[in-house]
Design a protein around this ligand. Structure first.
Ligand code: CA
Length: 247
């Protein structure tokens, strides 16, 4: 039996080298479903912190790695949510719902809503269940698809249902190759406004070079602060979370 820290590193390497992680958004060994079953068994219903703690502890005790923002980088996201006080937040890449629970539990606006877009249908079910266990179902809506495929529905929710014009906070944490494309799509659709905040995870590792170059070249459009941190659940890899405010 390997120590959990060694198992976790092997579990991380397996996830990083599995084509399924990249193409399907699940590692392909059933870990996401097992995580949900563990949370169902262990977390206190209606308590978002309990859900997050159970997930964070699972990775340490079972030695299974997950691509959640995690407990080390999580406080960066928490403080942005608290500071920006969003009425409407958008997440690109729900995965198992960890960051959705994290964001929604920090939203203070009584009418606050997080819309989370997730391409993998199994992850959509898992994320919805995580949110439900946390008692946040009325604050989070998980849509299945990509930003492109969900765009009409997203715009209808924002404009027709919520009678809003733009998104206050965007958390980007999906396919690193489409960070820039999706940001530009939100901008072109008029879904961002002056003061909208864009948080991008994993800008240090694995990195999103095209979005990084765009942020560097367009400082007059997006005022960016880099938060240096450790990669999720793996302390020996450095990462960066960028927090950009639309000028
Ligand atoms: Ca991430």
């Amino acid at each position: 039996m390997l120590p959990p820290s060694v198992s976790k590193t092997l579990s991380f390497l397996r996830a990083m080298t599995s084509p399924s992680t990249f193409f399907r958004g699940q590692v392909g060994d059933g870990r996401e479903q097992r995580l949900l079953e563990h949370v169902v068994a262990e977390a206190e219903p209606g308590n978002p912190k309990s859900v997050l703690d159970v997930i964070d502890r699972y990775t340490a005790s079972k030695g299974t790695w997950f691509m959640n923002i995690g407990d080390d980088k999580g406080p960066i996201l928490d403080s942005v949510v608290e500071r920006s006080n969003p009425r409407l937040a958008l997440e690109l890449g729900a995965y198992c719902g960890y960051s959705a629970v994290r964001i929604a539990s920090r939203m203070k606006d009584p009418n606050g809503l997080l819309i989370s877009i997730e391409m993998n249908p199994q992850n959509v079910q898992i994320a919805r269940k995580m949110v439900e266990i946390a008692g946040l179902s009325d604050r989070v809506r998980v849509l299945e698809g990509t930003l492109e495929s969900c765009l009409a529905e997203l715009k209808s929710i924002i404009r027709d249902e919520l009678q809003l014009s733009a998104i206050d906070l965007v958390f980007i944490d999906h396919n690193k190759n489409v960070y820039l494309k999706d940001y530009l799509q939100l901008k072109e659709e008029g879904l961002l406004k002056s003061g909208s905040v864009i948080v991008a995870d994993n800008m240090g590792f694995p990195g999103s070079p095209s979005f990084w170059r765009y942020l560097k070249k367009n400082a007059q459009e997006l005022h960016t602060v880099e938060h240096r941190c450790k990669f999720e659940y793996i302390g020996w890899i450095s990462d960066i979370v960028t927090v950009s405010t639309c000028v």
